[in-house]
Design a protein around this ligand. Sequence first.
Ligand SMILES: *Cc1c(COP(=O)(O)O)cnc(C)c1O
Length: 389
Amino acid sequence: MDEFDFDTLAVRAGIERSQFNEHSEALYLTSSFVFKSAAQAAARFSGEEEGNVYARFSNPTVTAMQTRLAALEGAEACVATASGMSAILSLVMATLQAGDHIVASNGLFGATQQLLGGIMSKFGIETTFVPATDIAAYRAAVRPRTRLFFIETPSNPLTEVVDIAAVAAVAHEAGALLAVDNCFCTPALQRPLALGADVVVHSATKYLDGQGRVLGGAVAGARAVTDEVFKFLRTAGPTLSPFNAWVILKGLETLRVRMEAQSATALELARWLEQQPGVARVYYPGLPSHPQHELAMRQQKTGGAILAFDVEGGRDAAWRVVDATRMISITANLGDTKTTITHPATTTHGRVSAEARKAAGIGDGLLRVAVGLESIEDLKADLARGLAT
Ligand SMILES: *Cc1c(COP(=O)(O)O)cnc(C)c1O
């Protein structure tokens, strides 16, 4: 499959037909597999013979999804997990031990911050959070036992863009791995491994499924890393269900088309929002006004499908915009074909103290929109109603 382009891999990588020669990918809803003989069972268990044994660690539908995602990321291998968070947990558990240290960018997904900064500290793994765009700060945070750098770009909700190649250089100088959460761009728009990252993690729940149906996650990258992740998953069991793998596998087929269409609408909406009275600032990497616009255009294919904007008048004005929508979904989820709107200060970042929120630049008037596939005119009309008040 190596000779094929992204679009071809997205619909064809990972297919292994059964004896029925089905055209569409088969869904193998089975937890275990049978052997021809006692000798074969022994050989499969010992690893002497390749083949499926038990779905905690292998299932043909999950394997197909892993193979396809690895091809799209340009990764040697991929391990699928039950959710994005279990992908991150598995990576940390597989590659670190007590006493090790992580350098992570500020503004990570909330649960990732709690996992790295909170739960992992119970097991003797410490994390230093640094300003996402300050390369010197990453270098200054390095300790003798720094083993992992973890970044997310663009960040949520302010769409800060982290220079992947620059952070990779710092990580490798320190003898550490660089992991990139590629949830927001997906391999359709950004390929972190080609920029020097060692491993990519995904919440497949978002754009990889793309239609808001299932939870899933993945770790893709160098085989030396994914082999360790597989050993952890095999024993600990944060496994992706075959059904969810099948949904995500089919989602990957339309990934690039969706990402580009949703990005194009997001760009048009961002430009329009910049012109609206009552909008103080728009955050979108595809706009020339974005502080890292140049870097974003070098590193990503488009600005992505997520934007944020500050409404003048604080919380009350922002809530009026949310409440005046009739079509856009009021939900904190993203990565769907349906556009969503959220008020970060009182939802996703509601448990963060007011001072910390302010320091992170998340004001009371900030709104985040994850743009879907609806018509741009309908989206503008839905937001204009609230902005007019
Ligand atoms: C949603 C999300 C996660 C966590 O994924 P789940 O599938 O919800 O566990 C991790 N990182 C980012 C950037 C996300 O948006």
